[in-house]
Design a binder for this molecule. Structure first.
Ligand code: HSE
Length: 435
């Protein structure tokens, strides 16, 4: 008779229910690939009150996650409850009880991975987290296994579907930011607190995880210079288009020449012919440049019940295979053996880039000359310029694209420009990412 692997599920919301559905609908395929049956024997939910999908076996529901983490029959725990504090405690308890753990929780891995992963390794357990970054896209496995032979030269991702959806709708359909955000929430892409999506916090956690896998570096998410999309307006989308660019929410990681890492999360103008510019709506993507491989890109849905459940259950199949083969820890969770190494992260000001600067000014003689004068004094050279609007009622919008400049110089120039008498609002700064 076939072996049955017993599983505990922490969390019975959208993703937890998606996992139950996937395990039922793909049971034959999964069993064929794993060579064993999977059975969910206990499920921890937050509330007894909530109405549940009929797929949920009510007799297996408990309301204390520690019961699942320590359940004597459970061999593998799936964590999709979210949050850091309680989830961290429950996962620690599961590992201490000898269970393998699979989590979809990016904040948990980015903030507690340094404690939980060594704990798993010490105990000969697997701790996998494919669904934590870019939902259904198997980017963790690609970095950990498929590219194990290569040095990564750069990694550029669209890691937040909500932000990508919002910028796409603003640019393509001329929607205002708030309207586009409302539609993203209705479609179910956004986090419970969408501030995490639009402020770049969600992408920053994901980038920290990817940078550790790509470069073997310990990365504190708080060290990553981050700009959200919340200040981008439909005016910026229109100007970007006039200059031949599209706006995308990017997360970028590159080693620098002096051995540090350049990491950043921000909306960026991309040439409309670039591959990442073609990744629109709620899609995520990761473009990698390998020293030997050259360029490669993987794209797909980064959120949603079934794509996320698919990644969780693929990890389950992987860990189940290790269980059957007695081969736990064969592949290190974070791609490199041992602890990630401390590595300097460049300050935002060190970046050299081309910039998009939008000035809101009273349309008076000499205003442009004064702005250009300040930019010139800080070694920021103008490449192109466009102006829209401007009468006695409404401010004019002047957009300048710069040549390559050092970000610290651009920021210093803008703090002076923003004090000029005819400048009526803080200047919008966006980076231009070459193809
Ligand atoms: N809220 C995230 C996004 C999905 O919009 O991409 C989960 O990480």
């Amino acid at each position: 008779m076939k072996r049955t692997i017993r599983v505990g599920l922490l969390g019975c919301g959208v993703v937890g229910t998606g996992i139950l559905r996937l395990l039922r609908d793909n049971a034959e395929t999964i069993e064929g690939r794993l060579g064993a049956k999977l059975e969910v024997v206990a499920i921890a939910a937050r509330s007894a009150e909530r109405e549940r999908d009929p797929i949920v076996p009510m007799e297996r529901l408990v309301f204390d996650p520690f019961v699942v983490a320590e359940h004597p029959d459970v061999e593998i725990v799936l964590e999709v409850m979210g949050g850091v504090e309680q989830a961290g405690e429950v996962v620690r308890r599961a590992l201490e009880s000898g269970k393998h753990v699979i989590t979809a929780n990016k904040a948990l891995i980015a903030e507690r991975g340094d404690v939980l992963i060594p704990l798993a390794e010490e105990r000969g357990l697997d701790l996998y987290f494919e669904a934590a970054v870019a939902g259904g896209i198997p980017i963790i496995r690609v970095l950990r296994e498929a590219l194990a032979a290569d040095r990564i030269l750069s990694l550029r991702g669209i890691l937040n579907g909500t932000s990508n959806y919002i910028l796409t709708r603003m640019q393509r359909d001329g929607l205002a930011f708030d309207e586009a955000l409302r539609l993203a929430q209705e479609a179910g892409y956004a986090e419970a607190d969408p501030t995490l999506d639009i402020s770049g916090g969600d992408a920053r956690h994901k980038l920290a995880i990817l940078a550790t896998l790509a470069f073997g570096a310990r990365v504190d998410p708080a060290d990553i210079p981050t700009q959200g999309i919340q200040d981008v307006t439909s005016v910026d989308c229109r100007f970007a288009q006039r200059f031949g660019f599209v706006l995308r929410p990017l997360a970028i990681a590159k080693p620098t020449k002096d051995g540090a890492l350049s990491l950043r999360v921000h909306p960026a103008l991309l040439p409309s012919s670039s591959v990442l510019a073609g990744v629109s709506g709620a899609l995520n993507a990761v473009a990698i440049e390998g020293a030997m491989l050259g360029p490669a890109m993987i794209t797909g849905l980064g959120a949603g019940a079934l794509p996320t459940a698919m990644s969780v259950v693929s990890d389950l199949v992987d860990v189940g295979r290790n269980l059957l083969a007695g081969a736990h820890g064969r592949v290190p969770s974070r791609a490199f053996r041992g602890q990630p190494k401390a590595r300097a992260v460049d300050q935002a000001g060190a970046l050299r880039s081309r910039y998009y600067l939008r000035f809101s000014v009273k349309d008076r003689p000499g205003v442009l000359a004064r702005i250009a004068g300040v930019l010139g004094a800080f070694e920021v050279s103008i490449e192109q310029m466009l102006q829209e609007g401007g009468d006695h009622e409404t401010p004019a919008q002047i957009v300048i694209l710069t040549h390559l400049a050092r970000e610290a110089d651009v920021v210093s120039a803008l703090s002076e420009v923003d004090r000029l008498s005819h400048v009526v609002a803080p200047t919008m700064l966006l980076r231009i990412e070459e193809a």
